[in-house]
Ligand binder design. Structure first.
Ligand code: AMP
Length: 371
């Protein structure tokens, strides 16, 4: 099958790397003018002139980036199957729709309000109690277009700095850790769940993901499985879905946001699970049986941001796997990740510390569990 991918960044690159062994070919449609996949056939189409060429090349369409015009995806759906469908994109690119879906499915979230002016933002901050997080309803990712208000009086400044017409204001969650749930649903409705990962973000950007978690109660994993299954079934979803959650002191989970695609917090599965998220996404969109999702060993994904380390130094670590994205260095840019695999969590944590010391500007890794 020839797989069409909307977007041509590192997630598309890794989809292709997982798809070649299955006999797939890849055609990417890049609407940004700045593709970085460096693999397959890339059609650069910022002015929407080459859709027919793209469609003629592909059997099925998926995407690696959800901030796409829904009208474009709907147009493509008239000609070729698109997995996940445009409904998933529509929900995931709009925080109001996303929260409404969580509410409808009884998936708990931080308390929130929707506001359309600086005055409403100030009132919501008073009502929810500061600190609160204000986020643009559309276009925000990796912590962009959002700000924390320590006092309601900061509303005017926050409103101006985000500069959008509608914001979501959320109570600031005093979480013990951030976790994510990755699951995959096949065309026949079969669902498989990966073990949850613990994620460390700095300035809104993911730095470390570790899975499986030695201190995660089976009941908490089961709750997350139930939440994500509800979303997958409701959206009649096909492919990999990621759900980011906060875990609170009493062990409860609050949904933060979801992404209708393979996800950075699932990169550990490339070396730490029986089947990677990328392979399973491709199996799902082609209607193939899904692969097993168990972890094979404790694994940590270390993101390389802004500046690259010496490959040889990283690869000297035992059972370290370097995945570079063939991008040039720039502050805040995701350039590569390293998957570290170990026999147990104590050994893994030592390895993560050693690895972090090799990375320019890496923050200190901090995890919630004690091995
Ligand atoms: P988001 O773009 O919604 O994933 O937010 C980026 C990061 O900001 C999250 O990964 C959290 O670290 C932090 N954050 C977002 N919303 C909240 C919240 N309601 N309470 C505490 N931290 C938050």
């Amino acid at each position: 099958m020839n797989i069409g991918v909307l977007g041509a960044g590192q997630l598309g690159r890794m989809l292709a790397l997982a798809g070649y062994p299955l006999g797939n070919r890849f055609t990417f449609l890049d609407t940004t003018g700045k593709p970085s996949a460096g693999i397959g056939e890339v059609i650069i189409d910022p002015d929407n002139q080459h859709l027919a060429e793209f469609l003629a090349n592909v059997d099925v369409v998926t995407y690696e980036f959800e901030h796409l015009p829904v009208t474009l995806v709907r147009e493509i759906e008239k000609h070729k199957p698109v997995y996940p469908g445009s409904r998933a994109i529509e929900v995931c690119q709009n925080r109001v729709e996303e929260k409404a879906l969580f509410d409808r499915l009884n998936i708990p979230t931080p308390a929130y309000r929707v506001v359309q002016s600086a005055e409403q933002l100030e009132a919501a901050a008073r009502e929810l109690g500061c600190p609160v997080v204000a986020k643009s309803v559309t276009e925000g990712y990796d912590g962009k277009s959002q700000t924390v208000l320590k006092a309601p009086e900061q509303a005017r400044e926050a409103w101006a700095s985000i500069n959008h017409t509608q914001l979501i204001v959320e109570a600031f969650v005093d979480f013990v850790r951030e976790v994510s749930m990755i699951a995959v649903r096949g065309r026949d409705g079969e669902v498989k769940f990966y073990p949850m990962a613990e994620n460390q973000h700095v300035d809104g950007i993911l730095r470390y993901s570790i899975a499986p978690l030695p201190d995660l109660a089976a009941a908490v994993q089961q709750t997350a499985d139930n939440y994500i299954r509800a979303l997958l079934d409701e959206l009649d979803y096909v492919g990999v879905l990621a759900l980011e959650l906060f875990q609170t002191r009493d062990g409860k989970l609050l949904a933060n946001e979801m992404a209708p695609r393979v996800h950075n917090s699932g990169h550990w599965t490339m070396n730490g699970a029986v089947t990677s998220q990328f392979e399973n996404h491709l199996r799902a969109v082609q209607g193939l049986p899904l692969g097993e999702t168990q972890a094979i060993a404790p694994t940590c994904m270390v993101n390389v941001i802004g500046r690259e380390p010496q490959s040889a130094e990283v690869l000297q670590l035992e059972n370290a796997h370097l995945h570079r994205y063939d991008k040039s260095e720039r502050a805040g840019r995701k350039l590569a990740h390293i998957n570290l695999v170990a026999k147990n969590h104590a050994e893994l944590l030592k390895k993560v510390q050693t690895c972090a010391a090799l990375l320019p500007d890496a923050p200190a890794p901090v995890f919630h569990f004690v091995p």
